[in-house]
Design a protein around this ligand. Structure first.
Ligand SMILES: *[C@@H]1O[C@H](CO)[C@@H](O)[C@H](O)[C@H]1NC(C)=O
Ligand SMILES: *[C@@H]1O[C@H](CO)[C@@H](O)[C@H](O)[C@H]1NC(C)=O
Ligand SMILES: *[C@@H]1O[C@H](CO)[C@@H](O)[C@H](O)[C@H]1NC(C)=O
Ligand SMILES: *[C@@H]1O[C@H](CO)[C@@H](O)[C@H](O)[C@H]1NC(C)=O
Ligand SMILES: *[C@@H]1O[C@H](CO)[C@@H](O)[C@H](O)[C@H]1NC(C)=O
Length: 650
């Protein structure tokens, strides 16, 4: 206070004695000196991160301009696609195996779909589920439905039985279109499906077949393909739908636990997600390789959106293949390629070959390229740019690593932290509950302090609104209220992130996955990555198990060894080198295969339930870490007893 008065007095004295200009000069110099001396670290960070922030701000402005324009026009996706088609009707839109579909052909096909669905009684607001594997017609099927104002749930094609019934019912489907390869899956559940649901069978056939099918199948199921091949396209017209903010798709989030939930994707959100990626590194001359399933956001929105919204050529695949990844890119002359989750690890595990560098991919994008293999991946495959991004299908929290900093999944600006509506807040890492201050509000996590990632909600702004799930109760569970002021709300992602001093964000773990052992927090995904790296990129899944009379959870690692070549002594030695003692798995479960979701996420809950009890674990071998000589020893019923009653110390 006295110092401040002194400064003010000095300024007034200078002013009186010398005049205005001199005073201005002196105060500016003093101000700059003050900032430089007392906030030098902040200045350094601001200068270092300014280019990154400005670049991202430029992208963000482009997104806002585009969404504003489309909000004004109130177009839906078929209308937006029509504008793209007009620009270059004869350019290839989708490449699928040997098929080349031009933009006009895709649109014509979708106009046929509209005509056929209309003739079958589909009307505005109807829900037409789609259980169709990747092919060029798949996006055209939902575009055709969207033109009539219908909503399309994209059903995960791996689902069978209960999960499949659940997906169809939770979306309240009026119609289900399925491809013939899933006919038996549908027959298996047909007795439990409501008889009100109309079933249409789709058969994948190449474009312009020389022999149109005419015969309709006689089993009460409408044969969509014969109708499509014999009905002329509907004349083009603007969609009769609910505008830019209207619902377009339902996409199921394939959680690693519980039944899938249907997240709502509006037209605006579709455009926003496609747009966000596009402006980072892509342009409309890019040829994009997408080996992902089209029923998830990554494939069906982010990549397919590059074609529908921006006019890129997109290469589709029936199924991901690690050994074909870069050879495919070379064959189709891809300039950009999409990855997800563990794909990069599988591609990296293929034997090195000259094809590794004989392609023209300049940018790869996706989420889940782990820091541990990032550099090796870009070096081996000669990739110029990596755009790693993060965005929850059902949420409004999206971030991206725009400058290729290895391992980061995005950033928050240190100069203008408020400009983009995301934050990391302090939580209890085991339960995921926000830690609140004395006013009941959440607290921002400091640099290097793990916290949960949230997106602030403001309705009707495509970058900040939260559409949630079809199931309202499930939506409510993902909202946290009274975040920074009383009455505000945010989408809580459930992912634990940590920000460094420059604002770069790194993925730590899912809440609930992190466990505590010997007073330390163990991030399962970090340990998984280290183990995979040590063990020739094998699949590894890490989880905490309860041990009687010991606090916390002991780390257990399920590791796949399908050819009996895993050297446990070497593994133990390498783990001791690369992991702190509390993070080393106490138990090992050597498995021949691992159950995974469609996006290569590993299912942990069943493994966790079985724990390290040999009577529960059938078929797999168990080991425990012997502390004395640092080796994994076999764990049978006798060792289980001795561990449980504390005779063997862990
Ligand atoms: C698309 O449909 C229109 C109208 O039916 C037709 O004139 C045009 O030739 C079709 N284009 C292609 C590429 O099939
Ligand atoms: C646009 O994409 C093409 C194809 O990948 C690339 O050659 C070109 O450099 C890109 N242009 C810009 C401005 O990034
Ligand atoms: C582990 O996380 C909790 C909060 O979830 C925190 O209070 C504790 O300090 C952390 N422990 C360590 C060693 O980081
Ligand atoms: C949602 O929650 C309300 C109140 O908690 C309950 O009455 C209702 O049955 C729930 N709905 C569903 C679909 O679970
Ligand atoms: C066994 O599989 C691993 C990883 O899948 C591989 O690295 C290793 O070379 C294989 N060993 C033999 C003997 O085939």
């Amino acid at each position: 206070m006295i110092a401040l008065l002194g400064v003010v007095a000095a300024i007034i004295a200078v002013w009186l004695y010398f005049g205005f200009l001199e005073t201005l000069l002196v105060t500016s110099i003093l101000g700059i000196l003050y900032v430089l001396v007392f906030h030098s670290r902040w200045c350094y960070i601001a200068i270092k991160t300014a280019p990154r922030d400005l670049r991202a701000l430029w992208c963000y402005l482009k997104i806002l301009i585009m969404t504003r324009r489309l909000t004004k026009k109130d177009w839906t996706l078929p209308d937006i696609f029509h504008e793209t088609v007009q620009k270059h009707p004869d350019k290839p839109c989708f490449l699928f195996q040997n098929e080349v579909w031009t933009f006009e052909e895709v649109e014509n096909y979708s106009l046929r779909v509209s005509a056929v669905l209309k003739s079958l009684g589909v009307k505005k607001g109807d829900i037409v589920g789609l259980l169709v594997n990747n092919c060029a017609q798949m996006p055209a099927l939902w575009l055709g439905n969207a033109r009539l104002g219908g909503i399309t749930p994209l059903i995960n094609t791996n689902q069978r039985g209960k999960a499949l019934i659940h997906s169809i019912n939770v979306a309240k489907c009026d119609v289900l279109i399925f491809s013939d390869e899933y006919e038996s899956a549908i027959q298996d559940i047909s007795s439990e499906l409501s008889s009100l649901i109309k079933l249409f069978k789709f058969t994948h056939r190449p474009l312009n077949p020389s022999n149109p099918v005419t015969k309709a199948s006689g089993d009460g199921i409408t044969d969509l393909t014969s109708l499509l091949e014999n009905t002329p396209p509907m004349p083009w017209a603007l969609a009769d739908a609910n505008g830019f903010q209207g619902k377009l798709l339902y996409i199921y989030t394939s959680g690693t636990t519980g039944l899938p939930k249907a997240a709502v994707i509006s037209n605006s959100r579709y455009v926003f997600m496609a747009c966000g990626l596009h402006h980072m590194r892509l342009n409309s001359s890019d040829v994009v390789y997408c080996p992902l399933p089209l029923y998830h956001t990554a494939g069906g929105v982010v990549s397919v959106g590059q074609a529908l919204v921006f006019g890129c050529t997109v290469i589709l695949k029936p199924k991901f293949s690690a050994s074909q990844y870069f050879p495919d890119c070379a064959k189709y002359k891809a300039t950009a390629a999409h990855y997800i989750g563990e794909m990069c690890r599988y591609v990296l595990a293929t034997p090195p070959s000259p094809a590794d560098k004989q392609h023209s991919v300049r940018v790869v994008y996706g989420n889940g390229l782990r820091p541990q293999i990032w550099t090796e991946f870009v070096t081996r495959f000669n990739i110029k740019y990596v755009t790693e991004f993060y965005g929850a299908t059902e949420g409004n929290a999206n971030i991206a690593n725009t400058d290729g900093t290895p391992g980061a999944i995005g950033f928050v600006s240190r100069i203008f932290p408020k400009i983009y509506p995301i934050a990391i807040i302090k939580v209890d890492q085991e339960t995921g509950e926000p830690i609140r201050d004395s006013h009941g509000l959440c607290q921002l996590a400091q640099a290097n302090e793990p916290g949960v990632f949230i997106g602030k909600i403001s309705p009707n702004n495509p970058t900040r609104e939260y559409l949630g799930y079809v199931d309202k109760n499930a939506s409510e569970k993902k909202i946290v209220r009274n975040v920074f002021t009383q009455g505000d709300s945010a989408f809580i992602s459930g992912d634990i992130l940590v920000a460094d001093e420059f604002g770069y964000l790194y993925f730590r773990d899912r809440t609930g996955d992190t466990f505590r052992w010997r007073g330390e927090n163990v991030s399962t995904s970090e340990v998984e990555a280290v183990i995979s790296n040590i063990a020739d990129q094998r699949d590894a899944v890490v989880y905490g198990v309860l041990v009687p009379n010991i606090e916390g959870r002991a780390g257990m690692c399920g590791i796949v060894d399908d050819n009996n070549s895993l050297d446990l002594d070497k593994l133990a030695k390498d783990l001791a080198r690369d992991l702190p003692p509390y993070a080393r798995p106490v138990f090992l479960r050597v498995m021949t295969s691992l159950d995974m979701t469609g996006t290569f996420k590993m299912k942990k809950t069943d493994l966790q339930k079985e724990g390290f009890d040999p009577s529960m674990v059938k078929g797999d071998k168990l080991y425990y870490l012997d502390l004395k000589n640092g080796k994994y020893l076999s764990l049978g019923p006798e060792e289980f007893q001795r561990i449980s009653n504390g005779q063997i110390r862990l």
